[in-house]
Write a protein that binds this ligand. Structure first.
Ligand SMILES: Nc1ncnc2c1ncn2[C@@H]1O[C@H](COP(=O)(O)OP(=O)(O)OP(=O)(O)O)[C@@H](O)[C@H]1O
Ligand SMILES: [Mg+2]
Length: 651
C-alpha cells in the first residue's frame, strides 16, 4: 500500500463521477470478505458492547464502513468499488491490504485524464460507536472500538482534546492498546475522528464510582459499568489513559470465598481490612466523605498481607500503593479509585512533613484547583474514598518525628488500629501451622483469586433500598460503640460504617463469614484504637498541653521576675517573657514570639481562644487578651498566662 501525500485529498467534496454504480472488482488472493453489505456491525467479542450505530454517512463521505467475514473459511468474495473519497473499515485482508481503516481517495492527474484512485491504510479496524460528553456538556469525546492483530476488540472513550496538535498522545494510547497505526497517515486518522458524528450519545464519566442518572444510579468502572443494563449503556468511563485499569481480576467470586474469605473468618483484622475495602461504595450512600484506618504493628507480623487480602476485593496485589508514591500523584490516584478504597502500605516511607496535608486532602475529597497549560482553571479532582494504611508506627509518631504536630482532625480521618493479635496480625491460623505459613499462604492465594467481591457487592448495593445512613446511626448508638467525646464519636461512626460494609457483604452471601463477625471486628478495632490513643485529644486540649509543656520546659531558663532588678538577675538567653507571682499562682507573661512558639503551629487567635476558654488568660487590658507591662522603662505588650493548677491537660 503506497501512501500518497495528503495535499490532494478532498475529504468533504465528492465528484459527481464517483456516484455512479461502483463496479465489482476482484479481491486479491487470500482476502475474505462477507457477502453482506459494507455496514455490518462487528459481533466479535468486546468487553462492553453498546448498541453499535455506524457513523452517519453523509452524501460526501462514507465513514467507518466495515466488512466482516461470515466465517474464516468463506472463499474470497468480491469487493465493491468504494465511494471516493471515503473512509472504510475492513475486518479482513482485502485487495487493499491488511485489515483496517482505509481512506479511498482520488486525485486529478495533470491534463484531462480521469481521476486516479488511491487507497491508504490508516490503522487497524476502528470505528466510533458513540459521541460522549459529561453531564455539564464538557469533556467531549468519542467512544472508539478497535481491534488489534492479537486479541479481540477493545473500547476506549477518548477525550476529544487528545486530538489537539498532532494527536500524538491519542496515538500513544491507541498503540498501547494494540492498535496498529500507519505513521505516515496519522493526519487521516485525525481527520476521520474529527469529522465522526455518531448518532448514539453516551455520558462520559471522568471519575470512577457512583453516578446518578435519570432512572437510577450506576457504578462506573474503567472497563464496565455496574447497574441495570439499560442504564449502564448510557454512561462510560472516559480517560486520557485508555489502558489504565486498576480493577484486575482472577479466579471467581466462589474461589475467593473458598480460598480467602474462609481464612478471614475468626481473624478480626483481616475481616476489618476487607470491610474497609468494601466501605468505599457505602460512603456516598451514607453521606460521608471518607473512612480510614491505619494498621500499626511490628515488622513481619502480617500487615502487608492484610492489605493484600483487602486489595483482593478490587484487584491484584498491585492495587496497593505505597505512601511514598503519594504527594503529587495522589489526587489522580484518589480520583481513579473514587468510591472504592485507597490502600497505602508503609507509612514510614511517606514524608512526615506532608503526611498531615495528605490525610486532610484524602479525607476532604477535593484536589487542588489545577491550572491548565494555558493558565485557565481546570476543575479539581473529586473523590470519596475509604483508606486502608499500614506501618510500624502510628500516624502521630511518624508526624512528630518530622517535627509536625498531629492534629485531632487527622487522627480521626485515619484511625490508628493496633495490629497486635495472637499470631502477629492474626488470631486463627485455620489449617496452617504458624503465622508465617498463614501469611505466605494468603499472599499466594490473593494472586489467584481477586477482583470479584467488590463489583459483586456493588451489584447488590444498586438494588439496596434500605436507608444505610440510618443503619450506621442505629449501630453507633449500640452500647458497644458508645463514646463520650465528639471526636471519639466520629471514630466510632467510621468503624461502624466499615463493620456495616462487611455485614452487608455477608448478608448478600459474598463473604462466607458468620453474621455479626464484621461488626465484632469493628468493635475490637474501636477498643484497640482507644487503648492506642488514650482518647483523642481535641485541638483545644492539644493547645493547652502544648502551652503547659512550653512553660514547664522554659519557665526557669527563659523567663525571669518582671519586677526583678536587672542588675541582680541572671542573664536570660532567648527570652520568652517574665513571670509575676500572685496569690492564685505564678503568671507567665509571654512575648508574642514565645506564644507562637508555645502554640507549635496553631494559629495565635485559635490558641488564645483555647487559653481564654480554659480560663488561663490571667490578665487583660480592655478588649484585648494581652497586657502592657512596663519593663526597664519600656512598655511591652505581653500575654499573661496562668496554667491551671489542676493539671487537667497534662503533657
Ligand atoms: N503473623 C506472622 N507470624 C510470623 N511470620 C509472619 C507473620 N506475618 C508475616 N510473616 C512473615 O513476614 C513476611 C512478610 O509479611 P508481611 O508483608 O505481611 O509483613 P509486614 O507486617 O507487612 O512486615 P513489614 O512491616 O516488614 O512490612 C511473610 O512472608 C511471612 O514470612
Ligand atoms: Mg509490610
Amino acid at each position: 500500500m503506497s501512501w500518497e501525500p495528503d495535499d490532494n485529498l478532498d475529504l468533504f467534496g465528492l465528484d459527481e463521477s464517483d456516484k455512479h454504480d461502483p463496479a465489482q472488482n476482484d479481491v486479491s488472493t487470500g482476502a475474505m470478505v462477507s457477502n453482506r453489505d459494507n455496514h455490518a456491525a462487528s459481533s466479535v467479542d468486546t468487553t462492553r458492547t453498546p448498541p453499535f450505530t455506524p457513523c452517519p454517512q453523509d452524501e460526501a463521505t462514507t465513514l467507518g464502513q466495515e466488512v466482516e467475514p461470515d466465517s474464516m473459511d468463506t472463499p474470497p468474495a468480491k469487493l465493491r468499488e468504494p465511494f471516493r473519497p471515503a473512509f472504510a473499515s475492513y475486518l479482513t485482508h482485502t485487495r487493499y491490504g491488511v485489515p483496517g481503516l482505509y481512506f479511498h481517495g482520488q486525485r486529478q492527474p495533470r491534463g484531462d485524464g480521469d481521476p486516479e484512485p488511491y487507497d491508504v491504510w490508516i490503522c487497524g479496524p476502528l470505528e466510533c460507536s458513540a459521541a460522549t460528553h459529561d453531564e455539564r456538556n464538557d469533556n467531549h469525546g468519542l467512544l472508539l472500538r478497535f481491534k488489534s492483530p492479537y486479541g479481540g476488540w477493545r473500547e476506549w472513550a477518548m477525550p476529544l482534546h487528545l486530538l489537539k496538535g498532532s494527536g500524538e498522545e491519542m496515538r500513544g494510547e491507541l498503540l498501547n492498546m494494540g492498535l496498529r497505526i500507519n505513521p505516515d497517515a496519522y493526519k487521516l486518522l485525525n481527520k476521520y475522528l474529527a469529522q465522526c458524528l455518531p448518532d448514539d450519545r453516551v455520558i462520559a464519566a471522568t471519575r470512577v464510582g457512583w453516578h446518578q442518572l435519570e432512572g437510577g444510579r450506576v457504578f462506573v468502572m474503567p472497563r464496565r459499568t455496574l447497574g441495570s443494563v439499560e442504564l449502564s449503556r448510557r454512561i462510560t468511563f472516559q480517560s486520557e489513559y485508555g489502558t489504565h485499569d486498576d480493577y484486575a481480576h482472577a479466579g471467581t467470586l466462589a474461589s475467593w470465598r473458598e480460598h480467602i474469605g474462609s481464612l478471614c473468618s475468626d481473624n478480626p483484622l483481616l475481616i476489618l481490612s476487607v470491610s474497609t475495602a468494601l466501605a468505599g461504595p457505602l460512603l456516598d450512600m451514607t453521606h460521608r466523605k471518607s473512612a480510614g484506618i491505619h494498621l500499626v504493628g511490628d515488622s513481619s507480623n502480617g500487615k502487608t498481607t492484610a492489605l493484600e487480602v483487602a486489595a483482593s476485593i478490587w484487584g491484584g496485589p498491585e492495587f496497593i500503593r505505597t505512601w511514598r508514591a503519594t504527594g503529587n500523584g495522589l489526587e489522580g490516584v484518589a480520583a481513579a479509585l473514587s468510591d472504592t478504597c485507597l490502600i497505602l502500605d508503609e507509612i514510614g516511607e511517606a514524608d512526615g512533613r506532608e503526611i498531615g496535608a495528605t490525610i486532610y486532602a484524602l479525607g476532604n475529597g477535593t484536589g487542588k484547583a489545577r491550572a491548565s497549560r494555558n493558565g485557565t482553571a481546570r476543575r479539581p479532582h473529586r473523590w470519596r474514598i475509604a483508606i486502608l494504611s499500614s506501618g510500624e508506627r502510628t500516624l502521630a509518631a511518624h508526624m512528630s518525628e518530622a517535627g509536625q504536630r498531629p492534629k485531632a482532625g487527622q487522627a480521626v480521618r485515619l484511625l490508628d488500629i493496633p495490629a497486635k493479635r495472637k499470631y502477629g496480625a492474626f488470631d486463627c491460623l485455620h489449617h496452617l501451622s504458624d503465622g508465617r505459613a498463614f501469611a505466605d499462604h494468603l499472599k499466594s492465594e490473593v494472586t489467584h483469586h481477586h477482583g470479584h467481591l467488590g463489583p459483586a457487592f456493588i451489584e447488590h448495593l444498586v438494588k439496596e433500598r434500605r436507608d444505610l445512613a440510618a443503619m450506621v446511626s442505629k449501630f453507633t448508638d449500640l452500647p458497644k460503640f458508645a463514646t463520650d467525646h465528639p471526636l471519639q464519636g466520629r471514630a466510632a461512626k467510621a468503624l461502624v460504617l466499615i463493620g456495616l460494609a462487611g455485614e452487608l457483604a455477608t448478608e448478600y452471601g459474598l463473604t462466607g463469614w458468620r453474621e455479626g463477625e464484621a461488626l465484632d471486628a469493628a468493635e475490637i478495632a474501636l477498643k484497640g484504637w482507644r487503648t492506642f490513643q488514650g482518647g483523642v485529644q481535641t485541638e483545644h486540649e492539644q493547645i493547652l498541653v502544648s502551652v503547659r509543656a512550653f512553660i514547664e520546659r522554659h519557665g526557669d531558663s527563659r523567663f525571669s521576675d518582671v519586677d526583678g532588678d536587672p542588675r541582680q538577675t541572671h542573664t536570660v538567653h532567648n527570652r520568652a517573657g517574665y513571670w509575676r507571682d500572685q496569690p492564685e499562682g505564678r503568671v507567665y507573661l509571654l512575648t508574642n514570639e514565645a506564644l507562637k512558639e508555645a502554640l507549635r503551629g496553631f494559629d495565635s487567635r485559635r490558641g488564645l481562644d483555647a487559653l481564654d476558654s480554659a480560663g488561663w488568660i490571667a490578665e487583660r487590658e480592655g478588649g484585648k487578651r494581652s497586657v502592657r507591662v512596663q519593663i526597664n522603662g519600656k512598655r511591652s505588650r505581653l500575654y499573661a498566662v496562668r496554667p491551671d493548677e489542676g493539671g487537667e491537660y497534662e503533657s
